[in-house]
Write a protein of this length. Sequence first.
Length: 152
Amino acid sequence: MLRDKIELVLQRYREILETGSFLTMGKYCEDFEQKFAGYTGSKYAVSTNSGTSALEGIFTVLNLKDFDVIVPTNTFAATAFAVVKAGGHPVFADCVGDLTVDPKDVERKVTDRTKMVANVRIGGLDLPHTYDLLEMCERRGIPLVEDASWNP
């Protein structure tokens, strides 16, 4: 049984490498995207090769050019870099004890140039401040994008 699973993985990786489709292209990626879209009830799903490229894609679609995006001070630099790559300007907000961005500081930093708020859930944890942040963003009509990577 285990031997069959190992052989299947090796066969699939061999096919990926030989066809040059790599991990984020080709039939396995398309199959995953279709199944994930179906699972979530979405019309489409797009997979990326990293969290950074996922953020870059989202930020580009949201057209951040010349707008401010509030990001947490305690985050991986890729969050702010993705804002810059999309043409936006990162504005840093303090974090609270659970390392999520402080909703009160975010609200103080919102201006008419604020296009979006980005939150990073450290370890993908579902923390109470996230709901406060979501409520504030909904009230102000500002999209909230979360980097919620999770490593089991």
